[in-house]
Design a protein around this ligand. Sequence first.
Ligand SMILES: Cc1cc2nc3c(=O)[nH]c(=O)nc-3n(C[C@H](O)[C@H](O)[C@H](O)COP(=O)(O)O)c2cc1C
Length: 199
Amino acid sequence: MGSKDSDLSALSAIIRSRRSIKPNLMDPDKPVDPMLLDTLLENANWAPTHGLTEPWRFTVFTGPARSKLAGFLQGLYQVLTPAHAFKQEKHDKLGRNPLLAPVVLAICMQRGTQSKIPMLEEVEAVACAVQNLHLSASAAGLGGFWSSPPILSSPEMKAFLGLQEEDTCLGLFYLGWPKEGVSIPESRRSPMKEKVRWF
Ligand SMILES: Cc1cc2nc3c(=O)[nH]c(=O)nc-3n(C[C@H](O)[C@H](O)[C@H](O)COP(=O)(O)O)c2cc1C
């Protein structure tokens, strides 16, 4: 097998074994080495980007900053959710999850005011960056999980993250080592041939 074939095999294995690992399966006490996190972020930075706008922005929460995030998310949920829709379990989870993962990243799209690139393409570029990050995390044995509760797109969340009005928070990315002995969740996809048409 040539080296290009083995590169493809290795990449295919990483892509197909990447799973969403929720924070409750992560070890909150096992830190992620900042150098490793740096490598993951550097890989995110190599995502494709129309017009080289590089719209991805990440805010990193580690250590006690996660408690601040957790408290803010719970308060935000309380303020933004009408009484009839309020779910105690959701409120609790927003406070719990950031403390279960050693690293939480806010996934943001910086729009800029001069951009000729359609907004959707900027969101797509950020999603490519997150996929680079998630695949790199998987390759390192780390678990990752993209969570996107609706409260994140609120003006209050933007203010918390120091974003401009035209920017968007697209989610939180939880990152951490899977706890010893946990079984990695299974996932499934319907056959690709149902999603491709050939002419
Ligand atoms: C943009 C985006 C947002 C997501 N938001 C959530 C979410 O809010 N809650 C959730 O349970 N999973 C969320 N996920 C993760 C999916 O649930 C997960 O990818 C799917 O179940 C397939 O599992 P797998 O990633 O392990 O293959 C999100 C994924 C993406 C790409």
